[in-house]
Design a protein around this ligand. Structure first.
Ligand code: IMP
Ligand code: MG
Length: 174
């Protein structure tokens, strides 16, 4: 049976919103530069588009993490599979995420990054599912879209490694 995917956020909606976010970040950090940390793999698509809309100097780095426990329940204990290439000391860091769900991964990751003495750490996410949050120490500074508690794919987000390349955000119809 063919899988049907309904569009939740179109390519145009995403482009427009990411453009606004880039402008906002450029204003907030005027006269400075920002160091974007992309959380692999889902964050890559959003980070590339966001970086293109930021008009102040940008540097980028990548980190890959996975949480212990099974696939569906994030335990909050994070293993670093690939660490950053460069130190963070003195840098104005923005962590760039595809989606914040329970917030457990990020809660842990933010602690790890703050320990490395950056000048500042902010958080940008393309999507936020606040209804699913189980931690109270993850404050989002830049949110693309708040979405309902639905499993979404596309624009970097996968279902068993599929659909990351969709240019829109969709919901898999059962
Ligand atoms: P959490 O915030 O620690 O629960 O984990 C967030 C991670 O779970 C995200 O970075 C995604 O990789 C994954 N995730 C959460 N919700 C979705 C979804 O709706 N579609 C695809 N991946 C998701
Ligand atoms: Mg992710």
């Amino acid at each position: 049976m063919e899988t049907k995917i309904s569009v939740l956020l179109s390519e145009e909606e995403l482009d427009n919103r990411i453009r606004e976010m880039g402008e906002e970040i450029s204003r907030d950090y005027a006269g400075k530069s920002v160091h974007l940390i992309c959380v692999l793999k889902g964050g890559t698509f959003f980070m590339c588009e966001l970086a293109k809309r930021i008009t102040i100097p940008v540097s980028i780095d990548f980190m890959s993490v996975s949480s212990y426990g099974d696939e569906t329940v994030s335990s909050g204990i994070v293993r670093i599979n690939k660490d950053l290439d460069k130190p963070l000391e003195g840098k104005d860091v923005i962590v760039v995420e595809d989606i914040i769900d329970t917030g457990r991964t990020l809660s842990y990751l933010l602690k790890v990054l703050r320990d490395r003495k950056p000048a500042s750490v902010k958080l940008a996410t393309m999507l936020d599912k606040p209804d699913r949050r189980v931690v109270d120490d993850v404050n989002v500074d830049y949110t693309g879209f708040v979405i309902p508690d639905k499993f979404v794919v596309g624009y970097g987000l996968d279902y068993a490694e599929r659909y990351r390349n969709l240019p829109y955000i969709g919901v898999i119809e059962e």
